[in-house]
Design a protein around this ligand. Structure first.
Ligand SMILES: *[C@@H]1O[C@H](CO)[C@@H](O)[C@H](O)[C@H]1NC(C)=O
Ligand SMILES: *[C@@H]1O[C@H](CO)[C@@H](O)[C@H](O)[C@H]1NC(C)=O
Length: 353
């Protein structure tokens, strides 16, 4: 590790004193963490898959015991959240791009921070180029430890030496979703802490050696195309609450070449903290870009009201290529952030017919 990078990391750590707690996850198709369970909702308990239940995007995985994801308790004792195996805790932290390729103001999500130089090499500035430790996320985001920083992540939304999701033995059977080749299918994710950026969905056929042999390179061979130029937010599981708006997508300057990415449509608040220090939406100082609709703005996780999350999921249609072989696949969601040097991943198992 070069000295310059250490200084940089030190600076970032202090620039975001408590801003990197939270995150996001793919919720449809049901991810590896999701299984039928009693879910505590605002109005009482509901049984079933968690999926798009309102404000529950991180709930899958909350039942994973802490010791199974944080081998060394002193690395995670400061964390605000006891449930550190939850789906919104699997990512690659501290990953950077070499050269920005994304300049179009319509694609930017954190152009109004006052710290442009410090976020210039964050993943979204060259979608798909930032290296990831593993294609389905690592618990705590730092599977190889942290650089020069003993207190890494602690109380800051990450921890070190957590397992990779591809190697994790789940206590439940992993749900498998059936899809037909050539179809247009719905996928959805939820934001818990809005770090801007954008995302892509990719497929990889499960290798003979199983889940543990899944690689980022394999997923990079089959990035999915989005269908049409519309997307939706939906509040909870009720389809009638869907709100439609134009999606902002790009396949220029992305990796793998021509892979298509969709901009995270929910603007954070202006400023480097993106609104995490506010009580609630709306953004009292304006948004990083115009919101797609009423109340579709802000950070999602508010330090002054940590129990409230965004009540909606973000839905897109993707096309399953006709020419793939039948069989057992994994879908990997990859969210490249602009506010932070992080890539969030969630995986789901699918069977292609
Ligand atoms: C990310 O990594 C940096 C450098 O290793 C570390 O200082 C920081 O605490 C980590 N953040 C999280 C959220 O894990
Ligand atoms: C709002 O913006 C003004 C001017 O840009 C700035 O001085 C102020 O600190 C901001 N307030 C918050 C709460 O971010």
């Amino acid at each position: 590790m070069k000295f310059g990078s250490f200084i940089f990391c030190f600076f970032v750590f202090h620039l975001f004193p408590a801003n990197v707690f939270g995150h996001g996850a793919m919720v449809i198709p049901y991810n590896w963490f999701d299984h039928p369970q009693w879910v505590e909702m605002e109005h009482g308990y509901e049984y079933g898959f968690v999926g798009m239940k309102s404000q529950q995007m991180c709930t899958p995985g909350a039942d994973i015991p802490k010791h199974r994801v944080c081998p060394n308790p002193e690395h995670c004792e400061g964390l605000l959240n006891k449930h550190i195996g939850l789906a919104c805790f699997w990512f690659t932290n501290y990953t950077f791009i070499e050269k920005p390729t994304l300049f179009d103001p319509k694609l930017r999500t954190y152009a109004h921070t006052g710290y442009e130089d410090q976020i210039l090499h964050n993943p979204w500035r060259a979608p798909g180029f930032a290296p990831v430790a593993t294609p389905c996320g690592a618990a705590g985001g730092n599977p190889y430890g942290c650089f020069g920083d003993k207190e890494c992540g602690n109380d800051n939304g990450g921890y070190q030496l957590g397992p990779k999701a591809t190697e994790f033995e789940f206590a439940h059977d992993i749900h498998v979703t059936d899809w037909t080749r050539g179809d247009h299918v719905e996928v959805a994710w939820g934001i818990r802490a809005n770090h801007g950026g954008g995302y892509s969905y990719r497929l990889c056929k499960i290798p003979n050696e199983g889940r543990k042999a899944l690689t980022e390179e394999c997923f990079q061979q089959t990035p999915l195309r989005f269908v049409g130029n519309k997307q939706w937010v939906q509040f909870g599981e009720d389809r009638s609450t869907r709100f439609e708006f134009p999606a902002v997508r790009t396949d220029k300057g992305t990796f793998p070449p021509d892979s298509q990415w969709t901009k995270n449509p929910i603007p954070s608040c202006n400023g480097i903290h993106g609104g995490s220090n506010y009580l609630n939406p709306p953004c009292i100082n304006g948004t990083q870009f115009p919101p797609p609709g009423p109340n579709l703005e802000g950070h999602g996780f508010y330090f002054r009201e940590p129990k409230k999350h965004f009540p909606f999921s973000i839905i897109d249609l993707v096309e399953i290529p006709k020419d793939l072989e039948e069989g057992e696949y994994v879908l990997s969601f990859r969210w490249d952030c602009e506010q932070t040097s992080q890539v969030w991943n969630t995986c789901a198992s699918v069977r292609l017919h």
